[in-house]
Write a protein that binds this ligand. Structure first.
Ligand SMILES: [Zn+2]
Length: 91
């Protein structure tokens, strides 16, 4: 899979020059992509934009959905166990 799946708890920064999302605006990115030191890039283009809040909300929604699924799974398992128990008594 080559989708940019959002990792839980990650914070992302957007490069002010090329808009690429990075875990951190690193000197390596600035030098290799833009031939500028991080300090020079920030001085010319502004600091990296923090984009984590949007990601966090998506992650929270994903967690909520996952909890709903696991609760349903739990109830199905409970019902199956109860069913088995009742059959056992009936015998
Ligand atoms: Zn960049």
């Amino acid at each position: 899979m080559n989708s940019k799946k959002v990792k839980e708890g990650i914070s992302l920064f957007q490069c002010p020059l090329c808009g690429e999302l990075l875990e951190a605006l690193t000197n390596v990115h600035c030098v290799t992509k833009h031939q500028l030191s991080k300090r020079e890039l920030i001085a010319r283009h502004g600091s990296a934009k923090y984009v984590a809040p949007r990601i966090t909300r998506e992650v929270q929604e994903w967690i909520r959905d996952a909890q709903i699924i696991s609760k349903a799974d739990f109830e199905v398992a409970q019902a199956a166990a109860r069913n088995q128990f009742t059959r056992g008594i009936a015998r």
